[in-house]
Design a protein around this ligand. Structure first.
Ligand SMILES: Cc1ncc(COP(=O)(O)O)c(C=O)c1O
Length: 380
């Protein structure tokens, strides 16, 4: 079965009882039992719900994995994985990654004795050195948020196996449409389904997909025990969004390519970050492991910080907002918004300057998006 057929049909069989083509939303917190613990597979929605199961089947299939567990958010998915660790365990994380993930490691798990090391995972020598310290997981984001750096998933997964370390890949930016980390040797793939998978900026969610069937129970347990469950309604919305994932991603990418090209030739632009550009430092790895380069373009303008701040709030179609991956274009200033929780010193060490602007290219008409960018930049 090919990608879009899976996105539309797997986990989406018509309802057996009524014939409804679209499985209903099971808005229930609990389930009737015939006798204590005698039920039809569900007892309480924090532990499970048919809408979770349907979405898990779709996502496992799209990521070419055996099992999936859905969560309340991308951060919830990371929390579930880390909750399987013990005090004194270590984790290696990509040095450029979503600020909220960094905050989770630095301000929450660290207090519980989970040690983390931030490593430039584009450097395989640095990765191997970090793996020698026997972390439990290596946590990659590829491409990264917001600098669009690409790590060699196949090479890192192979190295990690050598040292008995589990590889987790946050595949939020690429989506399963452009990249399948499990087929490259990763042990877990994680998404903020809030982004492209949901696709309409109207729902928060997360998922972990794996081929390790014994981990399904562990991750379901973490969801139930910690209360990381999504709502049935949110899962139904995400399931609805997924059906057009392939169509949307093709358009997001086409628009991003045009936006990257526009910026590349613009006199007010100092640097464009987009893995689809031949001059991107990780372009060759991106080409090897991804079938497309996604919809996010980050830019450093040749403007003062004050001018850049005016630019971000002047667009007509690129709304200044947190998040990304929706049908509507968004613009973000990482240093003060999505990545403000990373100390400035740490941000700058990893190349995230105060002047960086991140564009999430939506699926509007490219001509309108370019005109919007052009007409604002003309004033600076
Ligand atoms: C790459 C990446 N991973 C994880 C997350 C966290 O996901 P959520 O906001 O759904 O908790 C985000 C959020 O922006 C993200 O960009």
């Amino acid at each position: 079965m090919k990608f879009s057929t899976k996105a539309i049909h797997v986990g989406q069989e018509p309802d057996k009882e009524t014939g409804a083509v679209i499985p209903p939303i099971y808005m229930t917190s609990t389930y009737a039992q015939e006798a204590p613990n005698q039920h039809k597979g569900y007892d309480y929605t924090r532990a499970g719900n048919p809408n979770f199961k349907n979405l898990e089947a779709t996502l496992a299939s799209l990521e070419q994995g055996k099992v999936a567990t859905v969560f309340s958010s991308g951060i919830g998915a990371t929390t579930a994985l880390v909750s399987t660790m013990k005090q004194g365990d270590k984790v290696v994380i990509t040095s450029d990654l979503y600020g909220g993930t960094y905050r989770l490691f630095s301000r929450v798990f660290k207090q519980f004795g989970i040690d983390f090391t931030s490593v430039n995972t584009q450097d395989l020598v640095a990765v191997e050195t970090a793996l020698k310290a026997s972390p439990k997981f290596i946590f990659l984001e590829s491409p990264t948020n917001p600098l669009l750096r690409v790590s060699d998933i196949e090479a890192i997964s192979a190295l990690a196996k050598k040292y008995n370390v589990l590889t987790v890949v946050d595949n939020t930016f690429a989506t399963p449409f452009f990249q399948n980390p499990l087929t490259l040797g990763a042990d877990f793939v994680l998404h903020s389904t809030t982004k492209y998978i949901g696709g309409h900026s109207d729902v928060i969610g997360g998922v972990v997909v794996t081929n390790k069937e014994d981990w399904k129970e562990k991750l379901d347990f973490a969801r139930m025990a910690i209360g990381l469950n999504p709502s049935p309604f949110d899962n139904w919305m995400t399931t609805r969004g997924i059906k057009t994932l392939a169509l949307r991603m093709a358009r997001h990418e086409a628009n991003a390519k045009q936006v990257a090209d526009f910026f590349k030739h613009h006199p007010k632009v100092k640097k464009v970050y987009y893995p689809g550009l031949a001059e991107h430092p990780n372009h060759e790895i991106a080409k090897k492991q991804m079938s497309g380069f996604g919809g996010i373009v980050s830019v450093e303008f040749d403007l003062s910080l004050e001018q850049s701040m005016k630019v971000v709030s002047s667009f007509r179609f690129f709304t200044l907002a947190e998040s990304l991956g929706g049908v509507e274009s968004l613009v973000d200033h990482p240093a003060s918004m999505t990545h403000a929780s990373i100390p400035k010193e740490e941000r700058e060490k990893n190349g995230l300057s105060d002047g960086l602007i991140r564009f999430s290219c939506g699926v509007e008409d490219a001509e309108d998006l370019i005109e919007d960018l052009d007409s604002v930049l003309k004033n600076f």
